[in-house]
Ligand binder design. Structure first.
Ligand code: NAD
Length: 357
């Protein structure tokens, strides 16, 4: 039996996670999966109940879980807390604790929602790309770092560092993901300027020899940023370091224009992962049954694919989302004229029904 830890969190988190669990239950039933589901506390909800955003009890179940489904954390009522107690510390804590080094961010624009993008529909309709971002290295963590006085003025500095081992393991995540998709991987770097990128390119190329079925290309990050808005459908999977991935994944998600639709995954070396929508806890709409649960439902699809190895279940969910959009059902954030406006619960019910027999 595979174990899943569910962490609803704050704001709209509990509402959207509830719908996602309805979908997961039904998929498990249809596909004959045996799952053990635990629920735990994180973020502001954990602070309220236990005085800590990532309590020991959550830590213990998280380490045992095969996969974790998280809603979102945060809210205005927690902003005055001291830094170590804030909800976001819960997220940072669980990421560090589980060694989640690979962040997978798909940017998918269902053709039915092409009008939501700021780009012309023909440029983005049907967009389906995956950005694989390294999450625990690079200039965000490299030493030395700091601010010091040099020649009478303050100087700030950080260091971009990647070891061969770090590059190799994220490259493998990229190649493995490409194998399950369109079999094309674009590695993004700045090898014309940075030594760390030269090594990156060399190691990714070497790893590529183990994946003859995947077509590997390399692109400088400035060009990649431009190509993403010029012709984003040229990409299948992109793999890149922490800082480039931070920027490119946000750029790519905004191509779709619908924050309520996009899931994400963060994986560790054992294949366990944390799955969550890319959006936050949306306190402005919490408790009103209007939040879009689809990003969380699609996070369940990623969970099935990447941590439970259940591609059929993942596809079933992704197809159900397409079917519900075809039926014209829309939550408020993706609603347009002529479509049927539904709330969070009704969207969840429609998705469950669309999963099939
Ligand atoms: P947000 O993503 O929560 O909301 C931005 C806007 O998008 C809001 O107008 C919101 O109503 C809307 N929105 C977001 N998700 C939606 C959904 N599923 N359906 C419909 N509309 C949706 O970002 P924010 O307002 O900057 O942050 C709110 C809180 O969330 C803050 O406390 C922030 O720290 C936290 N946050 C948490 C995470 C996370 O848990 N991973 C990520 C980002 C922000």
């Amino acid at each position: 039996m595979q174990r899943i830890l569910v962490l609803p969190g704050d704001g709209i988190g509990p509402e959207i996670v509830k719908e996602a669990l309805k979908v997961l239950d039904r998929v498990a039933e249809l596909e004959g999966l045996e799952l053990g589901i635990d629920e735990g506390l994180i973020g502001g909800a954990a602070y309220d109940a236990a005085g800590e955003p990532y309590p020991q009890a959550t830590r213990e179940i998280a380490r045992e879980a095969d996969a974790i489904l998280l809603g979102a954390v945060g809210g205005p009522q927690y902003e005055a807390l001291e830094r170590s107690k804030r909800p976001e510390r819960g997220l940072l804590g669980i990421r560090a604790d589980l060694g989640l080094f690979a962040n997978l961010r798909p940017a998918i624009l269902y053709p039915q929602l092409a009008a939501a993008s700021t780009l012309r529909p023909e440029v983005v309709a049907g967009l389906d790309l995956l950005i694989v971002r390294e999450l625990t290295g690079d200039i965000y963590f490299g030493q030395p770092r700091g601010v010091e006085v040099r020649n009478g003025q303050r100087v700030g500095f950080n260091t971009a560092v990647y070891s061969e081992t770090e590059i190799e393991r994220i490259a493998r995540v990229g190649f493995d993901a490409a194998l399950k998709r369109g079999r094309r991987l674009c590695s993004v770097d700045k090898a014309n300027v940075l030594e760390v990128s030269e090594l990156w390119r060399e190691v990714v190329t070497r790893v590529g020899q183990d994946y003859p079925e995947v077509e590997l290309s390399h692109m400088y990050v400035d060009n990649a940023a431009m190509q993403l808005v010029r012709a984003p459908k040229q990409f299948d999977v992109m793999v890149t370091g922490n800082i480039f991935g931070d920027i490119l994944s946000d750029e790519a998600s905004m191509l779709t224009g619908s924050i309520g639709m996009l899931p994400s995954a963060s994986l560790n070396a054992e294949g366990a992962g944390l799955y969550e929508p890319i959006h936050g806890s949306a306190p402005d709409i919490a408790g009103q049954d209007i939040a879009n649960p689809i990003a969380t439902v699609l996070s369940v699809a990623m969970l099935l694919r990447h941590s439970l190895g259940h591609e059929a279940g993942a596809r079933r969910i992704e197809d159900a989302v397409g079917r519900v959009l075809d039926q014209g059902l829309r939550t408020a954030d993706i609603h347009s004229e002529g479509a049927t406006l539904v709330g969070t619960t009704a969207m969840g019910d429609a998705l469950v029904a669309a999963l099939g027999e």
